[in-house]
Design a protein around this ligand. Structure first.
Ligand code: FAD
Ligand code: NAD
Length: 478
């Protein structure tokens, strides 16, 4: 029998690697099993997020944004440059270097914290045993007092658009296009569709997004969603709502996509097609038959609020369990579970998890929308403020968007914050902290903000809850 551990974590994505580091920091003897190998055949940590998700997509979003700034906006502020050219090979090289730095960082953190890295595929064979099959097929069984499953998720595939090697791809393939497709089809106007659609649109593709639902970004406050849709349309993203994809055919090196909308059957031809219709939990081969860990009706590992499965001392976190599929949610669950295993009291506030879509401008939100509150019968008051009235946003040549705060009508407690603006992903931290501290809109309104800063738009939105925004005409009189 091989080594015995206090904790074995299966999966080294942002859920698993954070759980392993935290457990080791708590003095627990910890191992983390990872099966992901890069193109050079080397085991890499960081999971979807670092290898094919958050980090590479943000590298391409940033470089393509800089390209658009140089091409379309430098001249507006008096910077004259020759027509810039996008060097896709160099952009991919930059993206890959960012991935390598990040994944290398996790391996270094494992060493520094004393986490044992086990390379290969992990399988829970009992409530205290994990079998690890290395890349040569050799299996070793390790024992542990506690097991944390952090196996993540994979893209959903749909029958009308079976994937091909290079024409019909998931987000992973869309991070690797070596040239700009002339006509790019995107199925799903969700987070991935809007982010990767934006990347390739900025670099010159004609992008059509086919979205089955009639509504755009239903999880975002409708005022912010409406503004976002308008801004993305202005950038040339053709978002077709109520368009359900029913079939596809690969002809030579083109993809013909069939879909139905309000006008009946339609057809469009693309040079590349990205299928991004959601992700599903990855649990295949992770738990041996007979261990008894239950899955829910959608295939997620069933857990309670503290990520305990129905089997004692077996926990599951991140994308393979209920809740939003976000890296920071996975990481916070990892911290909570490690603390619980170490004997501490720990919990997570699932009502205050921020979301960001890294388009330009960014869309960010936390908590309820005004519509959610109405559905729940909660009476609210709201305050909104446009970035076109914010001095710093004007100086940044980024006046698009607005911030909106939703507060309880009776208690004034902040229930939600929704923003579309440059750097909304940074600004939303104010809403997260305010909500974690149980702040009222008045608390933010009475806070002194640095000037000039785009954060002042949040201050003004908080003032606007009582109709007292300073830089807006529609004030209430006391
Ligand atoms: P994962 O990151 O999927 O990691 C699971 C790990 O477990 C993998 O490394 C896998 O190889 C390993 N594993 C699975 N089974 C086994 C086994 N049996 N043995 C050993 N190892 C195993 N989220 C954000 O918050 N912000 C973003 O900007 C963002 N952008 C994204 C962009 C894209 C294109 C995609 C696809 C996703 C993005 N996400 C983003 C979502 C984010 O990547 C996930 O929510 C996050 O990675 C989930 O973390 P996790 O640890 O649960 O799973
Ligand atoms: P998503 O759930 O965000 O969006 C999928 C969209 O596809 C939905 O709007 C859905 O209505 C649509 N759809 C489903 N079937 C369809 C069909 N047959 N035809 C047309 N449209 C269809 O999923 P995603 O964009 O694939 O992202 C997956 C996950 O990754 C998300 O849960 C997200 O949280 C995470 N992610 C997060 C970020 C971020 O935080 N910035 C970035 C990328 C991905």
């Amino acid at each position: 029998m091989a080594d015995k551990f206090d904790v074995i974590v299966i999966g080294a994505g942002p859920g698993g690697y954070v759980a392993a580091i935290r457990a080791a920091q708590m003095g627990l003897k910890t191992a983390c099993v990872e099966k992901w190998v890069n193109k050079e055949g080397k085991t890499v940590h960081g999971g979807t997020c670092l290898n094919v998700g958050c980090i590479p997509s943000k590298a391409l979003l940033e470089t393509s944004h800089k390209f658009v700034e140089a091409r379309d906006h430098f001249a507006e502020v008096g910077i004259e440059v020759d027509e810039p050219k996008a060097n896709i090979a160099k952009m991919l090289e930059f993206k890959n270097s960012v991935i390598n730095k990040n994944v290398g960082g996790i391996s270094a953190l494992f060493k520094a914290n004393g986490v044992t890295s086990l390379e290969g595929k992990g399988k829970v064979t009992s409530s205290t045993e994990v079998e690890v099959t290395d890349h040569d097929g050799n299996a070793t069984t390790y024992t542990a007092d506690n097991i944390v499953i952090a196996a993540g998720s994979v893209p959903v595939e749909i029958p009308p658009t079976p994937l091909t090697d290079d024409l019909i791809v998931t987000s992973t393939g869309a991070l690797e296009f070596t040239e700009v497709p002339k006509r790019l089809g995107v199925i799903g106007a969700g987070v991935i569709g809007l982010e990767l659609g934006s990347v390739w649109k900025r670099l010159g593709a004609e992008v059509t997004v086919l979205e089955a639902m009639d509504s755009f970004l239903p999880m975002v406050d409708s005022a912010i969603a409406k503004e976002t849709q308008k801004l993305l349309k202005k950038q040339g993203l053709d978002i077709k709502l109520g368009a359900r994809v029913t079939g596809s055919e690969v002809k030579d090196s083109e993809v013909v996509v069939k879909y139905t909308d309000g006008d009946g059957e339609q057809e469009m031809t693309f040079d590349k097609l990205i299928v991004c219709v959601g992700r599903r939990p990855y649990t295949q081969g992770v738990i041996a038959d007979g261990v008894g860990v239950e899955l829910d009706e959608r295939g997620f590992i069933f857990v309670d609020d503290q990520c305990r499965t129905n089997v004692p001392n077996v926990y599951a976190i991140g994308d393979c369990v209920r809740g939003p599929m976000l890296a920071h949610k996975a990481s916070e669950e990892g911290v909570m579970v490690a603390d619980i295993i170490a004997g501490h009291k720990a919990e997570m506030n699932y009502d205050v998890i921020p979301s960001v879509i890294y388009t330009s401008p960014e869309v960010a939100w936390v908590g309820m929308t005004e519509q959610d509150a109405k559905t729940k019968g909660i009476e609210v008051k709201t305050g909104s403020f446009p970035f076109s009235a914010n001095g710093r946003a004007l100086a940044n040549n980024a006046p698009e968007g607005m911030a909106k705060i939703i507060a309880d009508a009776e208690t004034d407690r902040i229930l939600g914050m929704h923003i579309v603006s440059q750097h909304a992903g940074e600004l939303i931290a104010q809403g997260v902290i305010a909500m974690e501290f149980g702040s009222s809109a008045e608390d933010l309104a009475l806070t002194c903000y640095a000037h000039p800063s785009t954060s002042e738009a949040i201050h003004e939105a908080a003032l606007a809850v009582e109709g007292h925004a300073i830089h807006m005409a529609n004030r209430k009189k006391r």
